[in-house]
Write a new protein. Structure first.
Length: 158
């Protein structure tokens, strides 16, 4: 039983992202003198995200090693399909980042969330039911997130 090469690749990529976040925060604290552990510090949220990612990354590695399985013949087809989904999702994220300034955060995020949820939902066979469920969740979630980040945290959104 061992991890597949794609598992190691994902672990490495996430590790680099976590390291980049935490090293960047350290650089800001050291070079600019911004206090990290202050409620008004602009680095509190990125620090919490970085630490949460680090903890989740470590827990995921432990879980993956415990649940490593031997490869079978269907793995290559499933892996190819999953990589295709990931590549399409990355393209979607890039498109979202390009159009969000033009169509606005709420509409752009609702459309992006609906598309992602429909595309990645393997449990439901009917596309119409996927779209309806995704639309309901998106139309509730995005305005709530907008309110929390814009009104509570005072984060400027496009």
């Amino acid at each position: 039983m061992k991890l597949r090469w794609i598992d190691w690749l994902v672990i490495a990529i996430v590790g680099v992202i976590v390291a980049f976040i935490l090293i960047s925060i350290y650089g800001f604290v050291k070079n600019s003198g911004i206090e990290l552990f202050s409620v008004t510090s602009p680095l509190v949220f990125p620090f919490l995200v970085g630490v949460t990612l680090l903890v989740c990354w470590i827990l995921t590695i432990i879980e993956d090693i415990k649940n490593a399985v031997t490869a079978n013949k269907n793995d290559s087809k499933e892996l190819l399909h999953d990589m295709g989904v990931a590549i399409i999702y990355i393209i979607g994220v890039l498109m979202y980042s390009l159009v969000i300034g033009k169509i606005g955060f709420i509409l752009g995020s609702i459309l992006f969330l609906i598309t992602g949820m429909v595309f990645m939902n393997y449990d439901e066979e009917k596309y119409s039911k996927r779209i309806i469920n995704a639309a309901i969740v998106s139309c509730i979630t995005v305005p709530v997130l907008y309110y929390v980040f814009h009104e509570v945290f005072k984060v400027m959104l496009p």
